[in-house]
Design a protein around this ligand. Structure first.
Ligand code: ATP
Length: 376
């Protein structure tokens, strides 16, 4: 199932003109405030009458202005997950889930209630009232309700932005599960780069109402052209396999394209594949592999391209056996290192550099895959 989106719409002071496809998995709409993310979501949900649009899921047309088609919102089979969960306060968790199921009546296929309850770890909450749940638990139930309505696509508009850091960490693995098991496109709005790098299958970077870049998180965030516009969010995403844990020093050893990397211990069994975002600001470059240095992660590679960014830094993209790595260095360092395409350089990343937020699972991993929080 693929969601096809083409929307053109002019507000008095803003014009949106986008065209892209969202395959199954999470497609994140990413961009600064006012770039048009919510307008795209409103067009897909049927809450906006665009000047011109064609929106279809797997051949089912939701909007086609040329043909005069515009399904009303309730006939679009969309599961919506809002910032605040929006559960029905007078219904128990079980009844909230049943509501999703009721909504799905007559629709073929879809997930079973007990599977969804297991997937989201909410079995022990079924008889509780929404008011007695934590923010993270409420969001898990909201995900369940959306999933049980047998949607053909899911819209999640900044679903984590109302949660504090700890709650975000709690809920992220469930969005990873949703990504890997929902089987329908999920259109997800975010402006948090760590969240995007961790969850996205596809990133659609929006700027001033236009698509500025589209691809995997790694492709979009480690492209110097994109990084140059958005230095604070620039960084590469690499995939690695857990090789083992060192009990003595509390580190987890990873292998990325044959290179050993070390992280503070993470909850993932050996063999698990994880995604790791390495912010460009956290990477240093050296001409020769340094010795006698406390940083544990050295990635030798070759400069592919470089570009000055809008804040006076230089974004250097290095191809390494672990994948592309982006480093943000000063113009002065770039001059001193004489950075040029083709030049061999070594990227240095402190093992503590990636935050917990930057580490996620790389793909299907149920039921107790990496990152799955333990039930309490
Ligand atoms: N109903 C409207 N009438 C006029 N202008 C609008 C309307 N809705 C949105 N806009 C304008 O369109 C632009 C894009 O808004 P939109 O809400 O899509 O951005 P966004 O990327 O979702 O931003 P944010 O991250 O702040 O939610 C903004 O300049 C906004 O002022």
């Amino acid at each position: 199932m693929t969601l096809e989106i083409g929307v053109r719409h002019a507000f008095p002071e803003f014009a949106l003109d986008v065209e892209f496809q969202a395959p199954p998995g999470v497609t994140v709409l990413f961009g600064p405030s006012g770039s048009g993310k919510s307008t795209v979501v409103a067009a897909v949900a049927g809450l906006l009458r665009p000047d011109r649009a064609r929106i279809a899921v797997d051949g089912t047309v939701l909007t086609d202005t040329d043909r005069g088609i515009r399904l009303p919102p309730h006939r679009r089979r969309i599961g919506v997950i809002f910032q605040d969960g929006r559960l029905f306060p007078h219904l128990s968790v079980r009844q909230n889930l049943q509501y999703g199921r009721w909504f799905a009546r007559g629709r073929p296929g879809g997930a079973r209630t007990d599977t969804v309850v297991d997937l989201l770890g909410i079995g022990h909450l079924l008889d509780r009232a929404p008011a007695t749940l934590s923010g993270g638990e409420r969001q898990r139930v909201a995900i369940g309700r959306a999933l049980l309505s047998r949607p053909q696509l899911i819209l999640a508009d900044e679903p984590l932005s109302a949660l504090d850091e700890a709650r975000k960490q709690e809920i992220m693995p469930y969005f990873e599960r949703l990504r890997d098991h929902a089987g329908v496109p999920i259109l997800y709005v975010s402006h948090a780069p760590a969240e995007v790098a961790r969850l996205a299958t596809t990133v659609v970077a929006l700027r001033d109402g236009k698509v500025a870049g589209i691809g995997t998180p790694s492709e979009v965030f480690s492209t110097p052209q994109f990084a140059a516009l958005s230095p604070s969010t620039a960084g590469a995403v690499i995939e690695a396999e857990v090789s083992g844990h060192d009990d003595q020093d509390g580190l987890t050893r990873l292998s990325a394209g044959g290179i050993a990397l070390y992280l503070p211990r993470i909850q993932a069994p050996p063999g698990a594949r994880i995604r790791l975002r390495i912010a460009a600001n956290e990477v240093m470059l050296a001409r020769t592999a340094p010795e006698g240095i406390s940083a544990l992660n050295l990635l030798p590679g070759r400069v592919e391209s470089l570009q000055e960014d809008v804040q006076g830094g230089v974004q250097v993209r290095l191809m390494t056996p672990a994948g592309a790595v982006l480093a943000r260095i000063t113009r002065r360092s770039a001059r001193e290192l004489q950075v040029a395409p083709g030049q061999p350089l070594t990227a240095i990343v402190k093992s503590l550099a990636p935050s917990r937020d930057d580490i996620g699972t790389a793909g299907p991993d149920l039921p107790n895959g990496p990152g799955a929080p333990e039930e309490t």
